[in-house]
Design a protein around this ligand. Structure first.
Ligand code: LMR
Length: 394
C-alpha cells in the first residue's frame, strides 16, 4: 500500500526551521517561524501560564473527558476576549480546537458542509497553510490583491477591486490583526469599506485572529473582528492562543460560528461538535484550562496582560530600531514601513534570490517570500541585518 504514496509538498516555514537548525554557523539569525523570542533568544513560559499550570497540578482532580466542544468556560472566556460583547452570546456557536490551525481546519470543514459550492477568497499573500488546507480539502479558492510591493502597505484599491467579483455566499478570509506574512493592516475606515462591500456582495467573512495583543494592544487588535462580527448574520472566527499566551505546543484554539439567531446557533453548534468527533473527538484541554484560569482570575489576568504588553512593546521597539538603522545606512526613508507594520511579521518585499543571498552570505533566515519574524531580532543582530539588507541590494 505505502508504495503508492507520493511525496507531499513541504511547508516552507517548517522546511526553513529545519534548515536553520542544520546550519552550524554561530552567527546565524532566525527570522523564520512565527514564535516569539525574548532578547536572549528564548521563548519563555509566561508567568501567568506557569502559575495557572501550578494551580491545575494542585487542584485538578480528574482528567476525564470534557465535552466534544471543550470546556464551556473556555468558550465563554475566549468569546469575551475576542468579541467583548459585540454579538449576543446566544448567537455564537463555539468549539475548542487543537490550536488556531485546528480552528481553521474545522471552519473549512463546516464550509464544506454548509456551502459546498462556495469559493474561499484569500489575501495574496497569506499564511501558506491557508491555501494548503483548502486545496487538500478540495475547496475552491481565489485570491484578492492585498499588498502593494512598492509602498509595502495594503493595496486597498486592488483589494476592493478583486473582492468586487465575490459571489453571494462566497467566504472571504481576513486576518483580524497583524497580517501574516505582510505586517500591513487595514485602517479602521478601510475595514468599514471592506465590510460594506462584503455586505453588498452577501459574502460570509471568515476571520483568522492569531496575534491578538501583538499589534496595538488586546482591545485595538480585536476591534476589526468585533466590527465584522456585529455587521453580518453569519461570520466564522478562528482564534489562536498559541502566541498571546505563548502556549504553542499545547495546541489551544477556538472556532466561533456566529449565527443569525439562537436556533441557527444550535444547529451550527451540533455540526461543530460532530466535526470535532469525526476529526479528533475531544479537543485538547490542558492549554484551554490554563487560558480559562488566567482570564477568569483578576490577578493572573492582570499579570498576563502586563507581560503581553511588554512583549508587544519590545517588538515595536525592535521595529523602530531596525527602521532607523536602515534609514541611516540607506540615507532614505525606504524602510520606514517596518515601523508602521504591526505584529510579529514584516514582508521586506524583496526577491527570493536576495532572501537566499541573505541566508547564504550572512546566515539570516527569513521565509522565501521575504517575511521576517521581528521577534527574532535583538540589539546585536539589528545592525547585522540592516547592513546585510543594504549589501544584498534590497
Ligand atoms: C507562522 O506563520 O510562522 C506560524 O503561524 C507558525 C506556523 O505554524 O506556520
Amino acid at each position: 500500500m505505502l508504495e503508492h504514496l507520493s511525496a507531499q509538498p513541504k511547508d516552507k516555514i517548517l522546511a526553513l526551521m529545519a534548515a536553520y537548525r542544520a546550519d552550524t554557523r554561530d552567527t546565524k539569525v532566525d527570522l523564520g517561524v512565527g514564535v516569539y523570542k525574548d532578547a536572549s533568544g528564548t521563548t519563555p513560559v509566561m508567568r501567568a501560564v506557569k502559575a495557572a499550570e501550578q494551580r491545575l497540578v494542585d487542584q485538578q482532580d480528574t482528567k476525564a473527558y470534557t465535552g466534544l466542544a471543550g470546556d464551556p468556560a473556555f468558550s465563554d472566556a475566549m468569546i469575551d476576549l475576542v468579541l467583548d460583547g459585540a454579538v449576543e452570546r446566544d448567537r455564537i456557536a463555539a468549539v475548542a480546537t487543537p490550536g488556531g490551525t485546528g480552528a481553521i481546519r474545522q471552519a473549512l470543514e463546516l464550509i464544506k458542509l454548509a456551502a459546498p459550492g462556495a469559493t474561499v477568497w484569500l489575501s495574496d499573500p497569506t499564511w501558506p497553510n491557508h491555501p494548503s488546507i483548502i486545496k487538500y480539502l478540495g475547496i475552491k479558492s481565489q485570491t484578492y490583491r492585498y499588498f502593494n510591493a512598492e509602498t509595502r502597505s495594503v493595496d486597498y484599491v486592488g483589494m476592493l477591486t478583486d473582492l468586487g467579483a465575490v459571489l453571494p455566499g462566497d467566504i472571504v478570509l481576513l486576518h483580524g490583526c497583524c497580517h501574516n506574512p505582510t505586517g500591513a493592516n487595514l485602517t479602521v475606515p478601510q475595514w468599514k469599506g471592506v465590510i460594506d462591500l462584503l455586505k453588498e456582495k452577501s459574502a460570509v467573512p471568515f476571520i483568522d485572529i492569531a496575534y491578538q495583543g501583538f499589534g496595538d494592544g488586546l482591545d485595538k487588535d480585536g476591534a476589526a473582528t468585533r466590527m465584522v462580527a456585529s455587521s453580518f448574520d453569519n461570520v466564522l472566527i478562528a482564534a489562536s492562543c498559541s502566541k498571546n499566551f505563548g502556549i504553542y505546543r499545547e495546541r489551544t484554539g477556538i472556532l466561533m460560528a456566529i449565527a443569525k439567531d439562537a436556533d441557527q446557533r444550535d444547529l451550527a453548534q451540533q455540526n461543530l461538535s460532530f466535526l470535532n468527533r469525526q476529526n479528533f473527538s475531544f479537543p485538547p484541554d490542558h492549554g484551554a484550562r490554563v487560558v480559562t484560569t488566567i482570564l477568569n482570575d483578576p490577578e493572573l489576568r492582570a499579570d498576563w496582560e502586563a507581560e503581553l504588553e511588554e512583549v508587544r512593546l519590545g517588538m515595536l521597539d525592535l521595529r523602530k530600531q531596525l527602521s532607523s538603522e536602515l534609514r541611516r545606512l540607506s540615507n532614505s526613508d525606504r524602510f520606514d514601513f517596518l515601523a508602521d507594520h504591526r505584529g510579529m511579521f514584516s514582508l521586506l518585499g524583496t526577491s527570493p534570490d536576495k532572501v537566499e543571498k541573505l541566508r547564504a552570505d550572512h546566515g539570516i533566515y527569513m521565509v522565501g517570500d521575504s517575511r521576517m519574524n521581528i521577534a527574532g531580532l535583538n540589539a546585536d543582530t539589528i545592525p547585522v541585518l540592516a547592513q546585510a539588507i543594504i549589501d544584498a541590494g534590497v
